[in-house]
Design a binder for this molecule. Structure first.
Ligand code: ATP
Ligand code: MG
Length: 460
């Protein structure tokens, strides 16, 4: 059985449905037909028994009213379906409604040895090659003589009828089943046809043709639902793919500058470096700076790549925010940064990542302003607010939304106060990732030419 199911499961869905459907239909028809035929069969047997009982009743009643059996006695109403015979004391047939029917004394070799369980034992069942009938002998005494009244009721025609009925039902079932399987096939193919199209389009979609979409019909059926879901998935995949491509292109572009610088100075060194001490010093310094910039870039790229892949592991533990903030401020060793804090605030987080996040904001504030940078921590009981504010160049409202995008810089050509450092436009996107991982809400208030304040909302 399990191997049959296993084999069925390897077939196409339409075939699976068809075979299952056909089997269910066939067994239902089979059970109904067997039930109906058996009912009719029992009914015929029962009818035969009732007909004999009825005739026996009539004869018994009539006998009780007469003294002798004469010609007039047989002027009696016996059901036409019953053969009625009477013999006198000597065994001579004195009345027979059907003399052509097999003689009683010759009948007994046809007695059925094992009558079916539903046949009453009040009767004898006989079966010849051509007929099947019930028999009952009723001996009664009239005027000192014993008469035998015999009743026969054939069910030959009924049995034949049942045989024909069974064949007819069998053929009707076969035709019905054939039609059902055919209709199932056509319907199945029609319903599953869109799935074939889904498969075809799915085969056509590749990295080079990610903009392809599946056709969506007007009906709200399952295949359409699949198509809609797959289209949404394709959209997300395409978006991710395009983003990744852009990321790679931007990253390569950013790496090109320090590489060009290194190559340029290396060429210069090759030509004059050995003789000119000044050039040697300048070239080494520039190469070192470019290498540092590249290292900074590659480290940040790796960070974001890990973030994208979901492999950026945070080592969370209870962290005092003011401690982390203090250490971030101190790492700059810059007197322009002023740090004031209310009370401390504890959250569960990754201290190293949080420090990286604070540093990115302070770094920006120092780069994009020339005056003091204020870092504050305020504790409001269930929440804390960290503000990093500067009075620098500010950010125009239309650019505010994009500053957290990777590689985004408001003005790529704008001169920075600290020219030595590369600006890749990655600091805020990394900060955003860290903030999201800690449930920190970031908001920005900025005015062009006046300054910028980044506000970080912490909740524990
Ligand atoms: P990186 O941080 O990778 O060295 P970056 O500082 O240019 O480079 P982000 O920190 O992501 O990159 O900032 C993105 C852009 O947002 C900056 O290039 C700058 O234009 C703008 N920006 C960020 N902070 C400030 C600020 N405090 N004042 C003015 N502009 C800012
Ligand atoms: Mg930055």
């Amino acid at each position: 059985m399990s191997s049959v199911i296993e084999r069925l499961r390897r077939k196409k869905i339409s075939t699976q449905i068809n075979i299952t459907y056909g089997l269910i239909l066939f067994s239902t028809l089979f059970l109904i037909n067997i039930g109906t035929t058996a009912g009719i069969y029992f009914l015929f047997h029962h009818q035969a028994e009732r007909a004999i009982d009825d005739s026996v009743d009539r004869i018994t009643k009539k006998v009780s009213t007469v003294q002798t059996i004469d010609e007039n006695f047989f002027d009696i109403d016996i059901l036409p379906s019953v053969i009625f015979r009477a013999t006198d004391d000597g065994g001579k047939v004195i009345f027979d409604t059907n003399p052509h029917f097999t003689a009683t004394d010759k009948m007994f070799k046809f007695v059925r040895k094992n009558p079916p369980f539903w046949a009453s034992d009040k009767y004898i069942l006989m079966e010849t090659p051509h007929s099947f009938f019930y028999y009952k002998d009723l001996p009664l005494e009239v005027g000192g003589q014993t008469f035998h009244f015999q009743f026969l009721r054939t069910i030959t025609f009924e049995k034949q009828y049942i045989r024909y009925l069974l064949w007819a039902i069998f053929f009707a079932d076969l035709i019905g089943l054939g039609l059902a399987v055919m209709a199932g096939n056509i319907l199945g193919r029609k319903i599953l046809k869109p799935l074939g199209q889904v498969t075809k389009t799915a085969r056509e979609i590749s990295v080079g043709s990610m903009n392809k979409r599946l056709n969506v019909g007007n009906f709200a059926d399952e295949v359409n639902e699949i198509s809609i879901s797959l289209n949404k998935m394709l959209e997300r995949l395409e978006e991710g793919f395009v983003q990744q491509q852009r990321f790679i292109a931007d990253a390569s572009h950013e790496l090109r500058t320090p590489i060009t610088v290194i190559r340029g100075y290396a060429d210069m060194l090759e030509k004059y470096g050995a003789e000119d001490k000044e050039i040697l010093e300048e070239a080494t310094a520039e190469i070192k700076k470019s290498a540092q910039n590249m290292q900074y870039l590659v480290e940040n790229l790796l960070f974001l790549a890990r973030a994208d892949a979901g492999t950026q592991i945070l080592k969370k533990s209870p962290v005092e925010i003011n401690e982390v903030l203090k250490s971030a401020v101190e790492s700059f060793q810059n007197s322009r940064v002023e740090f004031t804090n209310d009370k401390t605030f504890e959250i569960v987080g990754d201290a190293e990542f949080l420090k990286k996040m604070f540093a990115a904001f302070i770094d920006n504030a120092l780069i994009y302003s020339k005056d003091k940078v204020f870092v504050t921590l305020e504790n409001f009981g269930d929440k804390a607010v960290v503000k990093i504010s500067d009075s620098g160049i500010g950010i125009a409202p239309e650019n505010l939304e994009r500053i957290f995008d990777r590689f985004y810089r408001v003005d790529k050509a704008r001169a920075k106060s600290d020219e030595d450092k590369i600006s890749a436009g990655l600091g805020l996107s990394i900060s955003k990732f860290i903030a999201d991982k800690h449930g920190i809400k970031i908001s920005v208030e900025s005015e062009l030419g006046k300054g910028t304040t980044f506000i970080l909302d912490f909740r524990n």
